[in-house]
Design a protein around this ligand. Structure first.
Ligand SMILES: [Zn+2]
Length: 455
């Protein structure tokens, strides 16, 4: 890894780029065909509809029988229904549920729930403007329950809303129902002794929030190289729950990360124009033109101890770059916005991507890739953080790692010394309101920290 391969000229065979296969979605096509045929039917003559719909229904049933549909089950408890509806369910024993399986359509699911084709078409028409049934996704459920003469069908769109279809007499109605979301503030603090993810998890932080924490500080801290035993963080975040008590998301409100003795603050703030972002205590944006590192610290990153076995190389005049030891396949992110000026094989670099950044004097190079990112080739524009390739050991490399260079006017510079220009700070007109918000979040953090010390 320590080789200076920049001057190597031998060029191994050109890499064969991985082709992505597109899985044909024949079922979706079938659904569209049915929709189209019905459209044509209406255009022909209303008299023929019952006959033709009957034929189509037979066809639909044939299609359905060939699909793997989850058997409808008697409902005893349904998590995403509201409490009142749960009560209704107890009285209505006819409640049935079907989970949409991969490759399934709404037709087959609704058919399993006992609706015939013309009813399904009417449901489709009713829901079209609210949540089209063609948008139905695998893993989501349809629930039917009939109360007196009214049929109700629920489809869980996401954790926050569901589609409610109801039939009174012969007409289907569709409505979008929001599910109540409750919030809770949580405080977690941890000192890193093992690895960021392990210690964060021990302190009670879920992996998704830990990843968000890494993302919030991605412009200031190189988590892949700079994390040390003894580093610590405090985080105040909000958990969002649905009415079933399930966490549907978390948002970091205030975080402090202490890396090698230096503390970085992140205050979440919404500007008057509605844009949300993270700012330092004095209102400077954490967002900068370049990320601190092209690889993210991930759960599978090696522990600090093993760093001795796989030395992470820093910048030297001979080496011209910084090496990131990471597993083959670890995503590599564009350090900043720009355009790809090279994506191919280049001597000892192996598979190399070079980006010319918005500041046209700045180029970054990423070598030894195992493969390029989706759609990455010369001339393409890339956004900061976009995956441009994956770690490998192509070219002259003794083990999987990323060789990273930052070039200013064509000369390799120490990436760790490059000045990073921050994005716009909180505007002057809003700074007083920001300070007030930051103070209140700081107080909440301090209070929570004190409470957690006292157990
Ligand atoms: Zn290197």
């Amino acid at each position: 890894m320590a080789q200076d391969f920049a001057n190597q000229t031998h060029s191994p065979a050109m890499p064969s780029q991985t082709r992505r296969k597109h899985r044909p979605s024949s079922l979706k096509c079938a659904w569209h065909t049915v929709q189209q045929s019905l459209g044509k039917l209406f255009a022909i003559k209303a008299v023929y509809i019952p006959i033709l719909a009957g034929i189509l229904l037979l066809l639909a049933i044939t299609t359905v029988s060939s699909l793997s549909v989850d058997a409808s089950v008697q409902l005893t408890h349904e998590e995403w229904l509201q409490p009142e509806e749960n009560n209704l369910l107890k009285h209505a024993n006819s409640a049935q549920k079907v989970i949409v399986k991969a490759g399934d359509s709404a037709i087959s699911s609704l058919n399993t729930l006992g609706f015939n084709f013309s009813e399904i078409m009417a449901m489709q028409a009713a829901s079209k403007k609210i949540h089209p049934l063609s948008h139905v996704q695998a893993g989501h459920a349809f629930i039917r329950h009939d109360i007196d003469a009214v049929s109700h069908v629920y489809y869980d769109i996401d954790a926050g809303q569901k589609l409610h279809l109801s039939r009174t007499e012969a007409t289907w109605h569709a409505a979008l129902e929001k599910m109540p979301v409750t919030h809770r503030q949580v405080y977690v603090q941890a000192t890193i002794s093992d690895s960021l993810f392990v210690d964060a998890a021990k302190a009670g932080l879920d992996d998704r929030t830990t990843m968000n924490l890494v993302d919030v500080f991605a412009w200031d801290i190189d988590f892949a190289r700079d994390l040390r035993k003894g580093d610590s963080f405090q985080i105040l975040y909000e958990e969002q729950y649905n009415d079933a008590g399930k966490i549907i998301g978390t948002t970091i409100l205030n975080a402090v990360f202490t890396n090698q003795g230096r503390s970085y603050h992140a205050i979440r703030y919404q500007l008057k124009n509605g844009k949300e972002g993270y700012y330092s205590l004095d209102g400077k944006s954490l967002r900068k033109a370049y990320l601190k590192a092209p690889v993210k610290y991930s759960r599978i990153s090696s522990r600090f101890r093993s760093a001795r076995k796989h030395p992470v190389l820093g910048y030297t005049r001979a080496h011209k770059g910084v090496d990131y030891a990471a597993r083959t396949g670890t995503p590599i992110h564009a350090l900043g916005d720009g355009r790809i000026v090279f994506a191919g094989w280049k001597g000892g670099y192996g598979r190399l991507v070079e980006i010319r950044h918005t500041n046209r004097n700045h180029h970054t190079r990423y070598g030894h890739m195992s493969k390029f990112g989706r759609g990455i080739h010369k001339g393409v524009r890339v956004k900061q953080g976009q995956i441009i390739g994956y770690v490998g050991m192509s070219g002259l490399a003794t083990g999987p790692h990323l060789h990273f260079e930052f070039r200013v006017r064509g000369r390799a510079m120490n990436p760790l010394r490059v000045k990073h220009t921050p994005a716009k700070p909180v505007p002057k007109a809003e700074i007083a309101s920001f300070k007030q918000h930051a103070d209140s979040l700081q107080n909440s953090l301090k209070l929570a920290a004190r409470q957690s010390e006292w157990g």
